[in-house]
Design a protein. Structure first.
Length: 357
């Protein structure tokens, strides 16, 4: 999270896991890899912000790893890697994290939070995967690339994400980036753009098919033609920085929403790995029904209760209208899904049992 001062939503990806590990009985050390070319003053300022945010959740130990040509460059005021290497397990989210650093831990596990894409990046050589003892993925199915991927659900800390009742006229919302320069190879040897705009594009006309208010909090300049186009089609549009400047502001935005309407990056729908967003779990835990794009057959995800999955524009409208017509039932089912399948403490306990056995 170093360098993401406004990454309230992104931080919850890792924070939910950290809090789940603590619920499972682990002492948690937060380890950040830092670009060695960043000036000391900049790194310290960014680390100070992160340390203050972590302290609100009882995570007191922040360790920084910054190395240049294999030699550590400590940051004044912060412990270096040596302060973490006694840990029983390194749970790593950074696919290309320094092999020299990873080797210093007695037991290591990589957690893939981009299922389908991670495996493609590795096969194409865009990611040089650092060897670990174990490999976990949140995808129910991922491409075979000669690695033994073990499934673990994405997680949400239920105590930090309680049920909150939103106003009856609140919109279904989403928080997202919009553009990116990421391209993926297709089966015909071509390339396709893999950004959120491409995911939402087939559903631009959804507001015309429902009376339910829909709002996008996206990283989009008001001068961008898409901003006016979306508003013209009936979307409410806000800038994502306005609602995710901190973990607390992001949580408040989600909890004051009526539910979620979310589209996936095209790579997730093509991979058909039953990927589900960490953001969606925050809505579910808060008692908010989620209407999300179908990313493939699942062993346990429902399609029409609490979590409603769609493929076409017409199905999306049907799902939104179903939520509106029986909201209380869907809201209760949403929380039940989070409790049954995505409880951070339970998932972290299972992961630790596997990783440390």
């Amino acid at each position: 999270m170093i360098g993401y001062p406004a990454g309230g939503g992104l931080m919850w990806v890792y924070l939910n896991w950290a809090l789940g590990l603590r619920e499972a009985g682990a002492e948690v050390i937060w380890l950040e890899g830092v670009n060695p070319r960043k000036p000391d003053d900049l790194v310290r300022g960014q680390a100070d912000i992160l340390r203050q945010r972590l302290a609100k959740y009882g995570i007191e130990k922040l360790v920084l790893f910054r190395a240049d040509e294999g030699r550590e460059k400590p940051v004044n005021g912060y412990p270096a890697l040596e302060a973490a290497t006694h840990a029983d397990l390194l749970l790593n989210f950074q696919y290309g994290f320094s092999p020299l650093a990873v080797k210093r831990f007695k037991r290591t596990a990589l957690l893939d939070i981009d299922p389908g894409m991670t495996q493609i990046w590795i096969e194409r050589g865009e990611v040089k995967l650092t060897p670990h003892d174990l490999y976990f993925t949140i995808g129910e199915r991922v491409p075979e690339i000669g690695i033994d991927w073990r499934y673990t659900p994405p997680v949400v800390c239920l105590t930090e994400w309680p049920v909150v009742t939103a106003p009856a006229n609140a919109p279904l919302t989403a928080v997202s980036h919009w553009y990116s320069d990421e391209f993926m190879a297709d089966d015909d040897g071509g390339w396709y753009r893999n950004d959120k705009r491409s995911g939402y594009l087939p559903f631009f006309d959804l507001p015309s098919l429902t009376t339910q208010p829909l709002e996008l909090a996206i990283c989009l300049d008001p001068a961008d033609p898409d901003h006016a186009d979306l508003q013209k089609r009936g979307w409410r549009v806000r800038h994502s920085n306005d609602v995710s400047s901190s973990p607390e502001s992001y949580r408040e935005y989600v909890q004051q929403s009526r539910g979620e309407f979310g589209c996936a990056k095209p790579a997730y729908t093509r991979a058909q790995g039953a990927w589900i967003s960490d953001r969606t779990l925050c809505y579910l835990a808060s008692g908010k029904p989620a209407v999300v794009q179908n990313t493939g057959p699942s062993r346990f995800l429902p399609d029409r209760l609490g979590l409603l999955r769609f493929t076409t524009l017409e199905e999306a409208a049907e799902c939104v209208n179903q939520v509106a017509s029986d909201y209380d039932r869907h809201a209760k089912a949403a929380r039940a899904l989070a409790e049954q399948f995505f409880d951070a403490g339970k998932a972290a306990k299972r992961l630790l049992e596997i990783a440390l056995s």
